[in-house]
Write a protein of this length. Structure first.
Length: 275
């Protein structure tokens, strides 16, 4: 994790909180604890205090419109031509799950609309499943923070977090349970949550799309460059990368081409010819 001058105060404050919780009075004794064998659980607790987990449903709508109406349309068309019926999306740094669940709802909608206009050459069951066969949609959602992953897996959200979710989406994709909105099982079944540290080398491969939004801003430039290089390798050919509103690949790589439409931005992997 990278903390520049502007975030030093935040780091100091969070460290103080953990020092107090452990009953320690110096940074050095806390450092000794963290680096000891017994300190493993404390390291996890510290990490969970240092990550910024802010997120929301339908965050950055212009970008999601681009994903929904342009990117997905292009991928579905390209894949259908090759009779490749698998769509793999990775939400890297998924926090409490709003991002991967938004993506799942958008994919379900895009597939339904696509087949309204281009019927499949197969008989469709009268009770239409969320994902029309033979398509298989896999959304992998990962984070470094176990607490947010647990909340994401539960997938039940209070009213105030539902504000960006339109009425029709609430109706189709959520059940109201008590005072919370629970993501329907059919949507949950599309998303698989897992722990991944983006700084490691072993990351999920063969993705058609990667969402890594509002995560890189907390990395230094060298780490951002390494991450973008890893994302390049984790994408299928012509795959897409979506980064946060305040992030860009400018100066980090020349292996992606930028697509910018109606205020939404995406990056598509450029295929380099091998000699
Ligand atoms: C600000 S949230 C963004 C959530 C979502 N992508 C969005 O844009 O709404 C950043 C998330 O990245 C996770 N994160 C930070 N560093 C990470 C790392 N090295 N590996 C994996 N996840 C990380 C944090 O735990 C946090 O949940």
């Amino acid at each position: 994790m990278y903390f520049d001058e502007r975030r030093a105060h935040f780091l100091q404050d969070r460290l103080h909180r953990r020092l107090r919780a452990c009953g320690l009075d110096t940074f050095y004794s806390y450092y000794r604890l963290l680096t000891s064998h017994e300190g493993k659980a404390e390291l996890t607790a510290l990490l969970e205090n240092l990550t910024v987990n802010e997120t929301s449903f339908f965050r950055n709508r212009p970008q999601l419109d681009l994903f929904h109406k342009v990117t997905l349309e292009e991928i579905l068309h390209r894949k259908q031509e090759r009779r490749d019926w698998t769509l793999r999306v990775w939400s890297a740094g998924c926090s409490t799950g709003q991002e991967p669940y938004t993506v799942a709802m958008l994919i379900a909608d895009a597939l339904a609309y696509y087949y309204l206009r281009n019927p499949l050459p197969f008989e469709m069951p009268s009770l239409k499943p969320l994902i029309p066969p033979p398509w298989r949609v896999e959304i992998l959602a990962s984070d470094i923070n176990y607490s947010v992953l647990r909340a994401a897996q539960e997938g039940a959200y209070p009213e105030h977090q539902m504000e960006p979710v339109e009425y029709t989406y609430r109706l189709r994709y959520f059940d109201k349970i008590g005072d919370r909105y629970a993501v329907k099982k059919a949507v949950k079944d599309l998303v698989h949550f897992d722990f991944h540290n983006l700084k490691t080398e072993f990351l999920p491969q063969r993705n058609d799309v990667i969402f890594c939004r509002n995560v890189m801003i907390y990395f230094d430039e060298a780490e951002q460059k390494r991450l973008v290089e890893k994302f390049y390798r984790c994408l299928n050919s012509e795959g897409y990368l979506f980064v946060g509103h305040a992030e860009s690949l400018f100066g980090l790589t020349d292996k992606f081409r930028m697509i910018h439409q109606n205020n939404g931005t995406a990056y598509q992997r450029i295929e380099v010819a091998h000699s």
